[in-house]
Write a protein that binds this ligand. Structure first.
Ligand SMILES: CCc1ccc([C@H](C)CC(=O)N[C@@H]2O[C@H](CO)[C@@H](O)[C@H](O)[C@H]2O)cc1
Length: 820
């Protein structure tokens, strides 16, 4: 009767080989002798899936029976990374598969390279979503991640003469073995049209009369918990035309028209918007946001909840976590369903809706806060605009009661902005509707209260909280750094992988010379591994025994890659001018990784500058190899997994008050790199936990930045007064890095001298002095290693598991479903 529990294949080499060959033969339809690497990889992926399938179905059954409160994580981005290795460590199959494949003459490493990572995100926000769903699965907390299955993810970055050129991300072209399409659960999504009121048995109601619609097809992905028998679900939506092909039009000879609807519909989930801070306000982006939100809420209400579920109990059953404002249209969507479809009265619906959402803000840049013109929102989603107006009216009426006559406050707090054009402030809608609002690091959450949403923080002080970001130790230590994992497990046992605070037990070993020796051997091994990868991937060779100084993150002026370049150029200038003896400083490799949003000109300029500076510095004999710049293209999760474990120095140099949190900073500390950084985002909490002696702090503090700007910041004054800085800037301006062409990098130079919005020049001297402290510290090998070990031992707090417990305690009040 089909209720027999699904059993996984045998957890043994024989069991695996039998399953793998069956998949190769019957799944791929090839013999081992004739199988391509891709055939073997797809067969391997499907075999590993089978080991997870039983857990998946068991998890679903258990959660359904428990009717436990779940988390629905709504995110427009998921930067998942490759799936194979994560599945192997989650099922503890790595050794078995390695041996099984080897017995067939296959190298697991070769098949590993076949996998193209799903780049369904831009940067921090997308990767955080991936870490969070991993943690919830490992903690056995019921969670469904909802998002968009972009046909093309984040662009593939190539360099042409050092300049970024984008290529489409054809991640699906060789097959997608980790997804499960379920067209039978497709959801219709409507757009456009108008609204009309009608009499419904004496009650005046409103209905939406849409103009067009598409189908949302769900693709399920497994989110395996780490060795806990659990697998949660990530459901990504893909758009299809409701009427794929119009035969009449086709028969009338209008072949293109016949499929126009199909192309039009598919466009909605065609490609990820590559911006990670400045919304372009494109209509298609709003279509994408409403599309996946409408699919997700409909799916949860109609497919996940039991048929007879009373939606008045929804807040006890689900919390929709809004990953920034991108999914906030979910609020009026739920109201529309409850009022228009379920025919509840407004207050009844609002009472429930208010308890079902929580909002996480991930930015501090005013330009990154989304606002949608009412003209556009009203045209695409006329009923939702009406509902937003009603939410705003009721809210402002409440505020007016509390602050009678305070017109200015009403105008400041209105969800609808009147200037420059009438538009909806999505962050305000999220704050009004959300049960809780949180920032992603202590400093960020404080600035959110004081600077970004002060009126709301004053109005609802208890609504605002903080949950400092975290990263999953499964991917970013256990998977990415097997050598360090072994060393840690030797020292404190295997429990740290799911209880990262156990790392603290390693602290005394920082004083153990033999352990330090082994720790250095791990770092050296990881550097060799990186060198091998960069040679294979990009034809880049790393100089031996050099400090690896790494800056990897999206290219953005507030992150100040320019400050890093000025440091390199000033060192170079001092060497070639004879002021600095290249043999007196530790040899350094400056490794960069960074994509720029295609429309972000200055960011692309800075990428060009880094590569052109590298081309000169790397080949100038006067440098004697003391400075090397490497910039492997297409920085992504997979490259990070090899780059971060090899790093000695982590560059976290954003202007204080600009980086909401950062998560790369946490990954570096957990992999034994020391941080040079400002007191910004989560750097503050890293420094507080690892200790000032093991962190190279520099730069203006956030309040000082305010003062400098308020006092009128003149960057050129720093240029005139600081000789080293002036000579570095003059060298760039001279065209020395552009075959003498002064024009090429003129925009960067004049921006630094006349605008410098992110105070690069103001922080230059403090930064250079901190780098001198780094050089001195690195020469004390034992001291450096000791600090590196203490960074690892004291960074357990930065596990995304801890972040999840904070969300559970402060926002979600969902519990792990552990009952066997
Ligand atoms: C619509 C344009 C757009 C797209 C993405 C975003 C994201 C919020 C940008 C982002 O990724 N923010 C980063 O989020 C990380 C996770 O919380 C933080 O660690 C980073 O500091 C923050 O920059 C803003 C605006």
């Amino acid at each position: 009767n089909g209720t027999a529990p699904v059993t996984a294949p045998q957890h043994s080499v024989e069991g695996f080989v039998k399953e793998f060959l069956r998949e190769l033969h019957f799944g791929q339809g090839v013999t081992l002798a004739r199988a391509s690497d891709n055939d073997q990889y797809l067969a391997l992926a499907r075999t590993v899936r089978e080991y997870l399938m039983a857990r998946w179905l068991e998890t679903l059954r258990r959660q359904f029976d428990a009717q436990a409160k779940s988390v629905a994580y709504l995110s427009a981005e998921y930067l998942l990374g490759r799936q194979l290795d994560n599945a192997l460590i989650a099922t503890d199959l790595t050794e078995i598969v390695e041996e099984g494949l080897a017995s067939l003459g296959i190298d697991l490493a070769t098949l590993r390279e076949q996998e193209v990572e799903p780049g369904l995100g831009n940067g921090g926000l997308g990767r955080l979503a991936a870490c969070f769903v991993d943690s919830l699965a490992t903690m056995s907390v019921p969670c469904i991640g909802y998002g968009i299955r972009y046909e093309y993810g984040i662009f593939r970055q190539t360099f042409v003469d050092g300049w970024q050129v984008e290529q489409p991300d054809t991640w699906l072209s060789l097959g997608a073995p980790w997804e499960f399409p379920h067209p039978e659960h497709s959801v219709p999504v409507h757009f456009g049209g108008h609204t009309e009121t009608y009499d419904d048995g004496g009650v005046e109601r409103t209905r939406w009369v849409p103009a067009w619609d598409v189908l949302g097809v769900p693709y399920n992905y497994m989110v395996p918990g780490y060795q806990n028998g659990r697998v949660n679900t990530l459901r990504l939506w893909s758009a299809r035309a409701t009427k794929a092909f119009d035969l009449q039009i086709f028969n009338s000879g209008e072949y293109v028209d016949a499929v126009r609807a199909q192309t039009f519909a598919e466009n909605i989930s065609k490609v990820l918007y590559p911006e990670d801070s400045t919304p372009q306000g494109k209509e298609l982006r709003l279509q994408q946001q409403y599309f996946f939100v409408a699919c997700s809420i409909r799916d949860f209400v109609e497919n996940v909840l039991p048929e007879d579920f009373d939606l008045h109990d929804l807040p006890e059953r689900i919390i929709f976590q809004l990953n920034d404002t991108h999914p906030v249209i979910a609020v009026p969507e739920l109201m529309r369903i409850l009022v228009d479809e379920k025919k509840w009265d407004w207050d009844e619906a609002w009472a429930v809706t208010q308890k079902c959402f929580a909002y996480t803000c991930h930015t501090l840049l005013p330009e990154a806060l989304e606002v949608w013109p009412v003209e556009l929102l009203g045209r695409l989603l006329p009923r939702h605009l009406e509902i937003i107006y009603r939410i705003n009216d009721d809210f402002l009426a409440e505020v007016a009661q509390r602050f009678p006559g305070d017109e200015l406050r009403l105008r400041r707090m209105s969800i609808i902005a009147e200037h420059p054009e009438r538009s909806v402030r999505m962050a305000y809608l999220a704050t009004v509707a959300g049960a809780k609002v949180n920032g992603v690091a202590e400093l960020h959450s404080q600035l959110l209260r004081d600077k970004v949403l002060p009126d709301f923080s004053e109005y609802w002080p208890d609504k605002f909280t903080n949950v400092t970001n975290g990263v999953t130790p499964r991917r970013f230590v256990r998977l990415a750094n097997p050598a360090l994992s072994e060393l840690i497990t030797d020292a404190v046992g295997p429990g740290w992988v799911t209880d990262l605070e156990r790392l603290r037990e390693m602290e005394p070993l920082a004083d153990d010379a033999e352990f330090r020796e082994r720790f250095r051997a791990v770092k050296a091994h990881n550097k060799d591994r990186l060198n091998a990868l960069l040679q294979r991937r990009d034809g880049i060779t790393l100089p031996a025994d050099a400090m690896l100084d790494v800056m990897v993150k999206r290219l953005h002026e507030y992150k100040r890659q320019t400050l890093k370049v000025l440091h390199i150029v000033s060192q170079y200038e001092r060497i070639v001018s004879g002021e600095l003896d290249p043999t007196s400083i530790p040899r350094r490799v400056f490794a960069f990784g960074a994509k720029a949003a295609p429309g972000y000109k200055m960011a692309k300029q800075i990428i060009g500058l880094i590569n052109h500076v590298g081309a000169v510095v790397n080949t100038d004999p006067r440098v004697q190899g003391a400075l090397t710049v490497v910039f492997p293209p297409n920085y992504n999760v997979t490259l990070a997994e090899t780059l971060i474990p090899a790093a000695d120095l982590s560059e976290q140099i954003s202007l204080a008050g600009k980086e909401a949190s950062g998560t790369g900073n946490m990954k570096f500390a957990l992999n034994g790199a020391l941080t040079i950084g400002t007191d910004d985002g989560a750097n503050v909490e890293i420094r507080q936990l690892v200790g000032d002696d093991h962190f190279f702090l520099f730069g203006l503090l956030e309040p000082q930045v305010e003062q400098v700007v308020a006092a009128g910041y003149e960057p050129s004054r720093y240029y005139e007064e600081n000789r080293t800085l002036r000579r570095a800037i003059d060298l760039i301006a001279s065209g020395a890095f552009a075959n003498g062409d002064r024009k090429v990098f003129e925009p960067i130079v004049s921006n630094l001298l006349h605008e410098d919005r992110f105070l690069v020049l103001a922080d230059f001297q403090s930064y250079v002095e901190a780098q001198e402290r780094v050089d001195a510290a690195y020469l004390d090998t034992e001291g450096w290693t000791r600090s590196a070990i203490l960074n690892v031992a004291r960074s357990g707090f930065f596990s995304s598991d801890r972040s999840m417990w904070d969300y559970i305690d402060r926002i979600w009040h969902a519990q792990p479903v552990v009952a066997r």
